[in-house]
Ligand binder design. Structure first.
Ligand code: FES
Length: 307
């Protein structure tokens, strides 16, 4: 019987090769002398043969047990496949994802990540930016030692509160905290959790202010901006500093909302998307129509009134 071949178009190499129904993608690329990384020799144990299927994912066979196990550990989206395990029934276009030693090093470290966001994913999360009212005046008055110590104390306390509400601090910068709620869907209503977290942060700030009053004769307040939308979540790693962080336009949006508090004399503002998630819990609100720096159009921001 005549052997059936399908076409694999290699995006990076700008080359088309043939692949029989019996061969894996990796077997086809190696046969065609493509320098396709396969550190474990095609055993499904290293993931260095991973490819992004840009077209024709429907022509890739269902993941076998070996590939499924790897895909679960690394939270692979549908289009990322192990070339050593995948056979095809039609034409596809792929992009090899591992090019060099540095790529292999990054991948090796993904196996030690405990988050299932190990390779990065797009998730719909609640993004919260907070900053400290009265921080600038404090920082102008006191030496670096005091500033660092007070901020570390503040971060430590607020981190506990945020974690209690299933949130994660993604970044801190000066007096600002960027936190996200709902990573990997651990929370049913992540906006609600974020609001509760901010309420508790304000409560904890009262005790913190007693400490500040007696040591520095000052006190802080908290302002926050809350938004709900898609962001890219990933483990970012400089080689020395590693963290789970979020990036994307919606992160900037939350930051702008936080800044808008100054304009309206408010403490906590929500975007329309965030408010829509909690409107049944908070039917009373003030609304402000505004433009946001770096964004076009006008936006409705919401300040919740007590229930
Ligand atoms: S070559 Fe190691 S998983 Fe495919």
């Amino acid at each position: 019987m005549e052997t059936m071949f399908n076409k694999i178009s290699l995006f990076k190499e700008n080359q088309d090769i043939r692949c029989s129904l019996d061969n894996t993608i990796l077997e086809a690329t190696l046969t065609n002398h493509i320098n396709h990384t396969h550190a474990c020799g095609g055993q499904g144990k290293c993931s260095t043969c991973r490819v992004s299927v840009m077209n024709g994912i429907e022509h890739c066979g269902v993941r076998n047990e070996i590939e499924q196990e790897m895909a679960t550990i690394l939270n692979f989206p549908t289009e990322i496949r192990l070339a050593c395990q995948t056979k095809i029934s039609g034409d596809i276009t792929i992009r090899r994802m591992v090019s060099d030693k540095l790529d292999i090093d990054i991948i090796s470290e993904q196996f030690s990540e405990d988050s299932n966001s190990a390779i990065g994913s797009q998730q719909k999360l609640t993004i919260v930016f907070t900053d400290i009212v009265n921080y600038t005046a404090f920082a102008e008055k006191f030496p670096p030692y005091d500033i660092v110590h007070v901020l570390n104390r503040y971060y430590r306390i607020m981190n506990r509160v945020i974690k209690n509400h299933k949130g994660l601090i993604s970044d801190v910068a000066g007096d600002g905290i960027l936190a996200v709620f709902g990573i990997d869907c651990v929370s049913e209503n992540s906006v609600l959790e974020a609001i509760k977290a901010i309420d508790e942060m304000k409560e904890r700030l009262k005790t913190f202010n007693t400490y500040l009053k007696s040591n520095f004769n000052t006190s802080f307040g908290i302002r926050a901006g809350i938004h709900h939308g898609n962001v890219i979540v990933g483990p970012f790693d400089t080689g020395e500093m590693k963290k789970t962080a979020v990036i994307g336009d919606n992160v900037n949006y939350a930051s702008r909302i936080e800044t808008a508090n100054k304009e309206f004399g408010t403490e906590v503002l929500l975007s329309e998307e965030a408010y829509n998630s909690v409107k049944d819990f908070y039917p009373s609100y003030n609304t402000f129509k505004t433009q946001l720096k770096g964004k076009t159009g006008t936006y409705n921001l919401y300040e919740l009134k007590n229930k």
